[in-house]
Write a protein that binds this ligand. Sequence first.
Ligand code: NDP
Length: 328
Amino acid sequence: MTATRALVARVTEGKAYAVGFEGLTLEDWPAGEVVIRVAHSGLNYKDALAITGRAPIIRSFPMVLGIDLAGEVVSSDSARFAAGDKVLVNGWGLSETRWGGYSELVRMPESVVQPLPAEFSTEQAMQIGTAGYTAMLCVMALTDHGLQPGRDAVLVTGASGGVGAVAVSLLARAGFHVIAVSGRAEQEGFLRALGAAEVLGRDAISAGGRPMAKERWSGVVDVAGGALLADAIAQTRYDGIVAACGMAGGGGLETTVYPFILRGVTLRGVDSVMVPMARRERAWARLATELDRGLLAELSETHDFRALPKLAADLLEGRLKGRIAVRL
Ligand code: NDP
């Protein structure tokens, strides 16, 4: 059986683990009903952490990395999929407990595979990737809570990153007043092109360490965690909602109960990994109708998957913006 290329993490002597390209055959893969030729994957913050070993993402070894994939079914023992179907997989423990998408050929259990929406190519789906689909899960948290375009202002932190840029673009297109927060002043033009009405530095949203300050926005999409999340909560309007999905600025959170019990603010955690299939399909269906594909192209780059080790370091050093897809 011919070997195909994959990016694999293995425990090596004297090192936590090493990451490198290897040839794998289908026989190496864990059991599963659906064999997929991967056309594209993507680079998310979690992928960058796993590739560089900067945080303990991988929970069993050896591990094929990559939390996302999109491609074409080669063979299927599942009644739900047939050879030639275009499919995608996001999360579900890929690159943590389950072999992932940085591999030319993969074998997956049918329960994690979903049809690729007809509106998207495999490249577009991976330009969206987990980051973009998580942005939509956050937007759904806000709109399900009752926030209304044309009336409400929404703060987006880490706005020039993958989740943030897609969130800015989705919210602005829907008609929300988007306040984008970025640590990189040079990204203002990019963020305004995505539809941000205001672009602020991180200091400009400081609440001065107070748990409650003047009300400024009704909704928040937060990828930062830490001090920025505390600042965001402190300035959320009465009955507003904060969708917290990330920890790019830290895993801590210092606040008090007062924003919750005096302003009725909702803190909504957003996880993309184990979301039930019905909500995933709703998120992807909304992306198919609400995401501006022209803007998606502008906020995305596609690279060869051999560039992943360098791209991962660049992402963690803040040298990338928007979304990164990789071609296999
Ligand atoms: P990116 O690296 O593309 O973007 C993160 C952005 O956060 C950066 O571009 C930067 O934006 C901002 N940032 C970086 N460092 C800090 C800091 N110290 N303080 C405040 N902001 C900072 O990552 P993604 O968009 O892919 O992911 C963002 C976060 O969301 C990550 O923590 C990731 O783990 C999480 N995530 C969670 C998911 C879930 O299921 N809950 C799914 C997907 C992502 P700028 O320079 O504009 O400030």
